[in-house]
Design a protein around this ligand. Structure first.
Ligand SMILES: *Cc1c(COP(=O)(O)O)cnc(C)c1O
Length: 225
């Protein structure tokens, strides 16, 4: 077995073990392979091992790889910071955006999503640990943002995404994930079914607290250069 295939198998095992430990249904958590900085050949190797959803942070890099991999049935997710002048290309070339952090960005994605494509799935990024250096809305702003974004055409508001402050203890890791999960449940919008939470080092904590997408780079592809 190749290293990548082996890493993917180990990761699926980790996800299943966490689903079991959290008493959640098997396969209720999906794997988004974060392929930033990885070449198209490496993405293809993961594709051949069965992976279909890939997450990218940098638009130009992602578009180049999409051209190289256009023959394959890949779902592309945008997970990086979004500048307004990039929204058109994002609206045209992705099926998910996890990192919407301003109403203006949601409005532009809505206007620019081509009519021949299904609605763009979006998540609102929440700065759950309230770190000044991180993007995302504050938790208190969530109800108002949800209300404003929900009525927009061309996009489908699916849920939230968060990158909490790193912590090594799983008990500590779980706190912000739980806080976000409860805040969304409190809104009582059952159509918000998506929690994009958890990366290589904290995916078990995120799965305990309701994650539905784990975004994993290092544990799939190895350390980034
Ligand atoms: C890079 C990145 C990841 C993956 O992080 P790893 O620690 O390599 O698993 C997940 N989410 C976002 C938003 C990222 O930028």
């Amino acid at each position: 077995m190749s290293t990548l295939k082996h890493r993917l198998a180990v990761l699926h095992h980790r996800i299943h073990a966490a689903e079991l430990a959290a008493e959640r249904p098997l396969n209720s958590v999906k794997l988004l392979a974060v392929s930033k900085t990885q070449p198209a050949t490496t993405i293809l190797e993961a594709y051949c091992a069965g992976q279909r959803h890939f997450g990218e942070n940098y638009l130009q890099e992602a578009l180049a790889k999409q051209v190289q991999l256009s023959a394959f049935d890949i779902d592309w997710h945008f997970i990086g910071p979004i500048q307004s002048n990039k929204t058109r290309a994002i609206a045209e070339h992705f099926s998910w955006v996890h990192s919407v952090d301003r109403l203006k960005i949601a409005e532009r994605l809505s206007e620019q999503r081509p009519e021949y494509l299904p609605p763009l799935n979006i998540c609102l990024q929440v700065n759950i640990s309230q770190e000044p250096s991180k993007s995302g809305i504050i938790l208190d702003a969530l109800p108002e943002m949800v209300a404003a974004v929900q009525s927009l055409r061309g996009i489908c508001l699916r849920g939230v995404m968060a990158v909490p402050e790193p912590a090594s203890d799983i008990v500590v890791q779980r706190i912000p994930f739980r806080q976000l999960f409860l805040a969304v449940k409190h809104l009582q919008h059952p159509e918000l079914d998506t929690f994009s939470m958890g990366m290589s080092d904290d995916l078990e904590a995120a799965i305990y607290e309701g994650s539905t997408w784990v975004r994993v780079g290092t544990a799939v592809f190895g350390k980034r250069k």
